[in-house]
Write a protein that binds this ligand. Sequence first.
Ligand SMILES: Cc1cc2nc3c(=O)[nH]c(=O)nc-3n(C[C@H](O)[C@H](O)[C@H](O)COP(=O)(O)OP(=O)(O)OC[C@H]3O[C@@H](n4cnc5c(N)ncnc54)[C@H](O)[C@@H]3O)c2cc1C
Length: 346
Amino acid sequence: MRVDVTIVGGGVAGLSLAYFLSKKGIDCLVIEKNYEIGLKPCAGYIPRFLFKYFKIHGIQTSVDYMITISPSGKEYVRKVRGFIVDRRSFDRGIAIQASSYGAKLSLGEKALDFSDNILITNKRRISYKILVGCDGVNSIVARKLDNDIDKKLIAYAVQYEVYNLKDIDQNSTYNYFNVNYAPGSYVWVYPIGENAAKIGLGILPRVFKVNPFRLIEKFINENYKDSSIISVQKALIPLYAFRNKIVNKNVLLIGDSASSTDPISGAGISSAVMLAKVASEIIQKALENEDLEILQKYETIARKLIGRRLEHSLKKRYIANEFYKSNEHLEKNLKHIWIAFDEYWR
Ligand SMILES: Cc1cc2nc3c(=O)[nH]c(=O)nc-3n(C[C@H](O)[C@H](O)[C@H](O)COP(=O)(O)OP(=O)(O)OC[C@H]3O[C@@H](n4cnc5c(N)ncnc54)[C@H](O)[C@@H]3O)c2cc1C
């Protein structure tokens, strides 16, 4: 089989790229190893500006405030408007929009290896002009481009969907900072409808030797007694900021495979969409001019777009790990290590 652009991975990065490319009339195929779209465990917080890219499906709540709770229980309120989405519906929504413009999607197809413009999958050999790795944190495409990552900065995240919560405010996201619940990190409580929320945390297992499941259950028992857990999910989050190389010849990386996730908040949806948009424009130029050298521009433009912010967060990540020695340390320094405070951005 021959395709101009083969995309490995049908998560938010791969599907967004397929949407932008197919809208331009570019021949593209997404291969996804799962038999279903949207299985990614995720809290699903997205900023409002994502509306400018495509129709947003799966909105669970619309939030206006981010509330930060310090170890002593002090609440800091910041106006930050966004949505909580259900990733299953959100990702499917992008897939449907992409396929309406002609993007091809193959489910249950796993990329195994690639070389000399041929991708080998569990089903066939696909010949491509451009290959894009959107295959997440354990990307096989990225591994062949660059092995040099700081494994200490891969977070292990757990998330519980919890019901029968009393008085859960639907208009705000809550982020709890406390070394006894989330060393090196925070517990998020994101409302998803009446009396329900996604509650989760991410731990750096090579830095903090704790069991995240036990911690989150302790948090739920102590703060939301008599609630009901209806799902438990886990996944990795890359917090090391951009890989050394996100393009090599005719191979590009987008999203978690490129590690465009924020090293402090762990948010990666909006950066994946923004990078997919940029990549689609560069791919269009490269194909129109029959000059794949143009693809190298992706490295510079992507870094210009979000590289500085990721570098800033990465510096904060290293500092933050030190502040979790005790709740006193954390209380004193919280404003320097969390995105809700002006001190963080200085
Ligand atoms: C618990 C948790 C909570 C989060 N909360 C938020 C949040 O609130 N807001 C936010 O912005 N970000 C959040 N994130 C981060 C966000 O989920 C990711 O940054 C985002 O999903 C990255 O999208 P992606 O498409 O790059 O990767 P993924 O969503 O991981 O998609 C990769 C896809 O590639 C497929 N794949 C992998 N290998 C292969 C292969 N060899 N062949 C074929 N297919 C393959 C996978 O099955 C998967 O579908 C959270 C992450 C976690 C784990």
